[in-house]
Design a protein. Structure first.
Length: 161
Protein backbone atom coordinates (compact mmCIF):
# COMPACT_ATOMS: atom_id res chain seq x y z
CA UNK A 1 0.00 0.00 0.00
CA UNK A 2 2.82 2.41 0.86
CA UNK A 3 4.54 1.70 -2.47
CA UNK A 4 1.34 2.58 -4.32
CA UNK A 5 0.98 5.84 -2.37
CA UNK A 6 4.63 6.72 -3.06
CA UNK A 7 4.13 6.04 -6.77
CA UNK A 8 1.03 8.28 -6.84
CA UNK A 9 2.88 11.00 -4.93
CA UNK A 10 5.82 10.80 -7.36
CA UNK A 11 3.45 11.04 -10.32
CA UNK A 12 1.80 14.11 -8.78
CA UNK A 13 5.17 15.77 -8.14
CA UNK A 14 6.32 15.03 -11.69
CA UNK A 15 3.06 16.38 -13.07
CA UNK A 16 3.30 19.53 -10.96
CA UNK A 17 6.95 20.07 -11.87
CA UNK A 18 6.90 19.27 -15.58
CA UNK A 19 3.43 19.86 -16.91
CA UNK A 20 1.84 23.20 -17.43
CA UNK A 21 -1.59 22.87 -15.94
CA UNK A 22 -4.72 23.47 -17.88
CA UNK A 23 -5.27 27.22 -18.07
CA UNK A 24 -8.43 28.73 -16.66
CA UNK A 25 -9.46 30.11 -20.07
CA UNK A 26 -8.84 26.85 -21.92
CA UNK A 27 -10.69 24.88 -19.27
CA UNK A 28 -13.65 27.26 -19.41
CA UNK A 29 -13.70 27.16 -23.22
CA UNK A 30 -13.50 23.37 -23.25
CA UNK A 31 -16.16 23.04 -20.57
CA UNK A 32 -18.55 25.46 -22.22
CA UNK A 33 -17.84 24.31 -25.78
CA UNK A 34 -17.08 27.76 -27.13
CA UNK A 35 -14.68 26.76 -29.90
CA UNK A 36 -15.16 23.28 -31.22
CA UNK A 37 -13.15 20.96 -33.37
CA UNK A 38 -15.81 18.33 -32.71
CA UNK A 39 -17.94 17.00 -31.28
CA UNK A 40 -17.06 13.56 -32.44
CA UNK A 41 -20.17 11.44 -32.03
CA UNK A 42 -19.17 7.87 -31.59
CA UNK A 43 -21.17 4.99 -32.94
CA UNK A 44 -24.11 4.19 -30.71
CA UNK A 45 -23.95 1.05 -28.65
CA UNK A 46 -26.92 -0.67 -30.28
CA UNK A 47 -28.11 -2.84 -27.42
CA UNK A 48 -28.16 0.14 -25.04
CA UNK A 49 -28.95 3.04 -27.39
CA UNK A 50 -26.04 5.08 -26.03
CA UNK A 51 -23.91 7.47 -28.06
CA UNK A 52 -20.92 9.15 -26.42
CA UNK A 53 -19.77 12.62 -27.43
CA UNK A 54 -16.20 13.85 -27.64
CA UNK A 55 -15.16 17.45 -28.16
CA UNK A 56 -11.69 18.78 -29.02
CA UNK A 57 -10.46 22.32 -28.56
CA UNK A 58 -6.78 23.03 -29.15
CA UNK A 59 -5.06 20.24 -27.21
CA UNK A 60 -7.97 19.53 -24.84
CA UNK A 61 -10.39 16.61 -25.18
CA UNK A 62 -13.73 16.70 -23.37
CA UNK A 63 -15.44 13.34 -22.97
CA UNK A 64 -19.15 13.64 -22.21
CA UNK A 65 -19.79 10.46 -20.27
CA UNK A 66 -23.06 8.51 -20.59
CA UNK A 67 -25.51 8.02 -17.69
CA UNK A 68 -23.86 4.69 -16.82
CA UNK A 69 -20.14 4.08 -17.22
CA UNK A 70 -19.76 0.34 -16.92
CA UNK A 71 -18.16 -2.61 -18.66
CA UNK A 72 -20.67 -2.35 -21.51
CA UNK A 73 -19.33 0.98 -22.74
CA UNK A 74 -15.91 1.37 -21.05
CA UNK A 75 -14.09 -0.33 -23.92
CA UNK A 76 -15.64 1.95 -26.50
CA UNK A 77 -14.81 5.07 -24.45
CA UNK A 78 -11.24 3.82 -24.04
CA UNK A 79 -10.73 3.08 -27.74
CA UNK A 80 -12.28 6.31 -28.99
CA UNK A 81 -10.48 8.51 -26.45
CA UNK A 82 -7.12 6.91 -27.27
CA UNK A 83 -7.73 7.37 -30.99
CA UNK A 84 -8.56 11.06 -30.59
CA UNK A 85 -5.59 11.62 -28.25
CA UNK A 86 -3.26 10.08 -30.87
CA UNK A 87 -4.72 11.86 -33.88
CA UNK A 88 -5.23 15.32 -32.34
CA UNK A 89 -2.14 15.41 -30.05
CA UNK A 90 -4.22 15.91 -26.92
CA UNK A 91 -2.50 16.91 -23.64
CA UNK A 92 -5.54 17.55 -21.42
CA UNK A 93 -8.67 15.46 -20.88
CA UNK A 94 -11.87 16.59 -19.18
CA UNK A 95 -14.34 13.91 -18.14
CA UNK A 96 -17.74 15.58 -18.04
CA UNK A 97 -19.97 13.77 -15.52
CA UNK A 98 -23.03 15.98 -16.15
CA UNK A 99 -25.30 13.07 -17.13
CA UNK A 100 -23.52 10.31 -15.22
CA UNK A 101 -25.16 8.72 -12.21
CA UNK A 102 -23.37 5.33 -12.09
CA UNK A 103 -19.80 4.17 -12.63
CA UNK A 104 -18.28 0.80 -11.83
CA UNK A 105 -14.65 -0.33 -11.64
CA UNK A 106 -14.30 -0.46 -15.42
CA UNK A 107 -15.15 3.25 -15.54
CA UNK A 108 -12.48 3.93 -12.92
CA UNK A 109 -10.11 1.91 -15.12
CA UNK A 110 -10.90 4.11 -18.12
CA UNK A 111 -10.03 7.23 -16.11
CA UNK A 112 -6.85 5.70 -14.67
CA UNK A 113 -5.67 4.51 -18.08
CA UNK A 114 -6.25 7.89 -19.72
CA UNK A 115 -4.47 9.57 -16.80
CA UNK A 116 -1.48 7.25 -17.23
CA UNK A 117 -1.25 7.99 -20.95
CA UNK A 118 -1.72 11.75 -20.61
CA UNK A 119 0.66 12.12 -17.64
CA UNK A 120 3.43 10.46 -19.67
CA UNK A 121 3.28 13.36 -22.14
CA UNK A 122 3.00 16.01 -19.43
CA UNK A 123 -0.75 16.61 -19.53
CA UNK A 124 -3.45 16.48 -16.92
CA UNK A 125 -6.92 15.08 -16.38
CA UNK A 126 -9.95 16.88 -14.96
CA UNK A 127 -13.43 15.93 -13.84
CA UNK A 128 -16.27 18.39 -14.35
CA UNK A 129 -19.93 18.48 -13.30
CA UNK A 130 -19.61 15.55 -10.89
CA UNK A 131 -22.69 15.20 -8.70
CA UNK A 132 -22.22 14.27 -5.01
CA UNK A 133 -22.60 10.56 -5.75
CA UNK A 134 -19.94 10.65 -8.48
CA UNK A 135 -17.62 12.72 -6.26
CA UNK A 136 -17.98 10.05 -3.59
CA UNK A 137 -17.16 7.27 -6.07
CA UNK A 138 -14.13 9.18 -7.37
CA UNK A 139 -12.91 9.93 -3.85
CA UNK A 140 -13.41 6.38 -2.53
CA UNK A 141 -11.56 4.94 -5.52
CA UNK A 142 -8.61 7.27 -4.95
CA UNK A 143 -8.90 8.89 -8.37
CA UNK A 144 -9.13 12.38 -6.85
CA UNK A 145 -5.50 12.03 -5.71
CA UNK A 146 -4.34 12.17 -9.32
CA UNK A 147 -7.24 13.86 -11.07
CA UNK A 148 -8.24 17.48 -10.68
CA UNK A 149 -11.86 18.18 -9.87
CA UNK A 150 -13.71 21.25 -11.08
CA UNK A 151 -16.46 22.25 -8.67
CA UNK A 152 -18.76 24.59 -10.54
CA UNK A 153 -20.77 25.70 -7.51
CA UNK A 154 -17.69 26.96 -5.70
CA UNK A 155 -15.85 27.98 -8.90
CA UNK A 156 -12.72 26.25 -7.63
CA UNK A 157 -9.99 24.60 -9.58
CA UNK A 158 -7.42 22.18 -8.29
CA UNK A 159 -6.93 18.80 -6.75
CA UNK A 160 -9.79 17.58 -4.58
CA UNK A 161 -8.68 16.07 -1.31
Amino acid sequence: MAARENRIENLQKRRDRNAPSLSFELFENCRRGRVRAGPYPSPAIPERGISMQYQVEENCLTIFLPPEVDHHNAGEIRREADRIVREKHIRHIIFDFRDTSFMDSSGIGVIMGRYRNISLIGGDVWAAHANPRMKKILTMSGVTKIMQLYDEEEETYGAHE
